[in-house]
Design a protein around this ligand. Structure first.
Ligand code: DX5
Ligand code: ZN
Length: 216
């Protein structure tokens, strides 16, 4: 059993961003998780292309870009050009999911779909074989440092079953309130990628925390 860890840079110290990027480079982390918020789909605004481009200049690991924006089709090429290796869009923010998933793939990035806590796994029934990964939100999106919603475990089980039944190769990513108290049960439930912001960057020793999140 092994999991990938994707530190959420939303919780990094933006005054010392280069140092934080180097920390992730040197750690056992697998991806950089970048949260893009538009102030419309979610009640917060984070950062955009200039910051992604700067992170891409220094990052030695793939950039996992989580779009919390409406009408993401408008910007897919630009996110890719800025350095995104993986791009995920919210099912709740997108009218023509199939088209948008293939538009992401056309840019050369891997395509992910994100479900909010209240959105059921059954919405994925007819798209699960088209995507590279599913991101299940375990908090309501918009902010770092929130508490993990326990009902997520039920959704992970349902998603695992759907992936098996449809013979899909999609990976499962979990985002929100992930820490050392739930990383092991999440991995045991079949999660492939853990996103963690506060648990890593607010810890005394982020490199060790990243190591522990991967260790069972
Ligand atoms: C929330 C973001 C998350 C968040 C995770 O909208 O998508 O990636 O930054 O932060 P923690 O791990 O602190 O919940
Ligand atoms: Zn995220």
């Amino acid at each position: 059993m092994s999991v990938l860890v994707a530190p959420s840079m939303l919780s990094a110290d933006f005054l010392h961003l280069e140092k934080e990027i180097e920390l992730v480079n040197q750690s056992e982390a697998d991806w950089f998780h970048l949260d893009i918020m538009d102030g419309v789909f979610v009640p917060n605004i984070s950062f955009g292309f200039p910051i992604i481009e700067k992170i891409a200049l220094k990052a030695k690991k793939p950039l996992d870009v989580h779009l919390m924006i409406i009408e993401p089709d408008r910007f897919l090429e630009r996110f890719r050009a800025a350095g995104a290796n993986l791009i995920s869009i919210h099912i709740e923010a997108c009218h023509h999911l199939h088209r948008t998933v293939y538009a992401i793939k056309k840019t050369g990035a891997q395509a992910g779909l994100v479900l909010n806590p209240a959105s059921p796994v059954s919405l994925l029934e007819n798209i699960i074989t088209d995507v590279d990964y599913i991101l299940l939100m375990s908090v309501n999106p918009g902010f770092g440092g929130q508490s993990f919603i326990k009902g997520t475990f039920e959704k992970i089980t349902a998603l695992r079953e759907l992936i098996t039944r449809k013979n899909s190769r999609a990976l499962i990513e979990i985002d929100g309130g992930v820490d050392l108290s739930n990383s092991r049960p999440l991995a045991e439930a079949g999660v492939n990628i853990l996103v963690a912001g506060n648990a890593i960057f607010a810890s005394k020793d982020p490199i060790t925390t990243i190591k522990k999140l991967k260790q069972f």
